[in-house]
Design a protein around this ligand. Sequence first.
Ligand code: ATP
Ligand code: MG
Length: 292
Amino acid sequence: MKKLNGDNLKIALQRKGRLAEPSLQLLKSVGMDFDYHEGKLFAPCRSFPLDLLFLRDDDIPEYVQDGVTDLGIAGLNIVQERGAAVAQLDCLEFGSCSLSIAVPRKGPFKTVFDLEGKRIATSHAAILARFLDEKGVRAKIIPISGSVEIAPSLDVADAICDLVSTGSTLRMNDLEPIELVLKSEAVLIANPSSLKDPRKKQLIDRLRIRFQGNIRARKTKYVMMNAPESALAQIRQILPGMKSPTIVQLAEPGMIAVHAAVPEEFFWDVIEKLKQAGASDILVVPVEKMVV
Ligand code: ATP
Ligand code: MG
């Protein structure tokens, strides 16, 4: 194995699993150039002083806390569960899921308060304990490390607290969610001492700007349209939250082209309103990177 370069920034990523592929994709999309094959534990980047370490997601918060790596990408659920002393920097907008309490369908439990004195199986015992405490519900927590959803059918537990994205695993096991405990997604975490080291901090900031440029771009479309000049005031009002749009005079008198970046969340609303305001030939293109 190649030796780690002590001067390089180090980032811990999930080796195998749901966050592995999107984490690698994010790094590649911001210009990190590295060789990767499954089973690899370590990969240096050629284009940036960064080394990648591939680990189990559960271990990432502790590695970052202990300074084995400066940065890590892990689910917010894992970061909170492990309670490690790390700085939470940015949400990365992938790996979305909910940690929810679920119960057998058509059973007697409708809310978390019905679980007083009951058994709840989970791989997120610390988060669940905090949640039950806040709600004032005393239930017995059964810590399980995997396949939590089968616990009720084995009569190991009356309910579960587990990660859900589409809910299909729950349905397959005849369970239904009754209470949201935590909304989670992948987050960038950092070792607090690394953030105090000026050289490392500068590298971390450069990486964060790149990540944010990528995340923002994913959420933005670039919209180009033609419109009568007289519609400009109204069009400008419709275009949400962005700086001044670009206006280009067209060869046809009285006609202009308007170009603007539009956040994905408002996208269809904006397009419909623009059409009503007189815009035509509306072109929409994806944004590759967006640095503001
Ligand atoms: P490892 O071997 O690294 O410990 P794992 O089996 O614990 O892997 P995965 O199932 O790959 O972990 O999940 C990793 C993370 O993906 C979760 O901690 C969570 O943040 C996120 N995630 C997103 N959707 C889901 C889902 N439907 N079920 C479980 N995790 C999800
Ligand atoms: Mg794990």
